[in-house]
Design a binder for this molecule. Structure first.
Ligand code: NAD
Length: 314
């Protein structure tokens, strides 16, 4: 059974039952997410391989642990926020996280990882006598700080219900998408739409320029016509029409092109594995991979318009 929950605000400690949470991966996303759990009244014991990340989290109320395994004793829930599936699986299995946890512990992985890895992680947790939920996020670092992330969850309904108060402390919305891996599937499908639509919007602006159309004129038409989409009206790739879009601040992210390249790579891998003819998704993955490798990695993903201009000799 699928479901959606909305949370009016983060940090409503009085409405929550306090949990003890182990939190591993306190980077750009995990650091503020763990801090929001602390602010909501939970006890958070955290670890990160980076001493700086661990110290920053400790300043925000996270109890620092010297290793990942040391976060786990006494934890009701173990949350991971790591770069890729190999980190999650290594931690769960090789580094002994599953073995160290009390039977029945809920393992919630919020990292964006391959759907197959998410299912493998879930199976490993269950085989070790625990429970699992994949719960990747959208909303970026700004959403992680503000506690306004959206969670896309995959796993059992009971596991989702148990995790929900914690997700509500870190985000404004949580959607139960289905069984193990469904959260990751929703994440990469959504970002494939976003990556393809950003390329399409950017190509249209460059074509419009080449035909003597101003960016504002194209925006005024497309934003209220059938070309309307988030890439155009919220994250417009050219400066001017949408004052808040990263294009107006030299493409400072926002959502970095490297992360879009990663998510499109996961979508492309899933499309190949399942035999889906995702022609545009695969091409968008190549374009973002090239753009990131050519120096665009740290720019907002809307800066892909620059690569299109370059290739068009404009
Ligand atoms: P990050 O690199 O800032 O943080 C990851 C942290 O994990 C690092 O601090 C690293 O030291 C730590 N780490 C790695 N292996 C570890 C281990 N074995 N034990 C302990 N710590 C370990 O990355 P991030 O931006 O926080 O992203 C985390 C995840 O969230 C990624 O999967 C990313 O795709 C996803 N995500 C990021 C954003 C974003 O805007 N940054 C948005 C949505 C989703």
């Amino acid at each position: 059974m699928n479901g959606t929950t909305e949370s009016g605000s983060s940090g409503t400690a009085e409405s929550l039952t306090a949990s003890t949470v182990a939190f591993i991966g306190l980077g750009n996303m995990g650091g503020p997410m763990a801090a929001n759990l602390v602010a909501a009244g939970h006890r958070v014991v955290g670890h990160d391989l980076s001493a700086d990340a661990l110290a920053a989290a400790a300043r925000r109320g996270v109890v620092p642990a010297a290793s990942a395994v040391e976060t786990v004793p006494g934890a009701d829930v173990v949350i991971t926020m790591l770069p890729a599936g190999r980190h999650v699986l290594a931690l769960y299995r090789d580094e002994g996280l599953l073995a160290a946890a009390a039977p029945g512990t809920l393992f919630v992985d919020c990292s964006t990882i391959d759907v197959t890895d998410a299912r493998t992680a879930h199976e490993a947790a269950v085989a070790a006598g625990h429970r699992g939920l994949d719960a990747p996020v959208s909303g970026g670092v700004v959403g992680a700080e503000a506690g306004t992330l959206t969670f896309m969850a995959g796993g059992g309904a009971d596991e989702f219900a148990e995790a929900e108060p914690l997700l509500a402390a870190m985000g404004k919305r949580a959607v139960h998408c289905g069984d193990a891996g469904a959260g990751q599937a929703a994440k990469i499908c959504n970002n494939m739409i976003l990556g393809v639509s950003m390329v399409a919007v950017s190509e249209a602006f460059v074509l419009g320029e080449s035909l003597g159309l101003t960016a504002q004129a194209l925006y005024d038409v497309a934003s209220t016509a059938s070309g309307q989409c988030w890439a155009l009206t919220s994250n417009c790739p050219v400066p001017g029409p949408v004052p808040a879009s990263p294009a107006n601040r030299d493409y400072q992210p926002g959502f970095a092109a490297a992360l879009m390249a990663k998510d499109l790579g996961l979508a492309a891998g899933a499309a190949r594995a399942t035999g889906v003819d995702a022609t545009l998704g695969l091409r968008a993955a190549e374009l973002y991979e090239e753009f990131a490798a050519e120096g665009g990695a740290d720019r907002d993903f809307s800066a892909i318009v620059r690569a299109i201009r370059r290739r068009s000799d404009r």
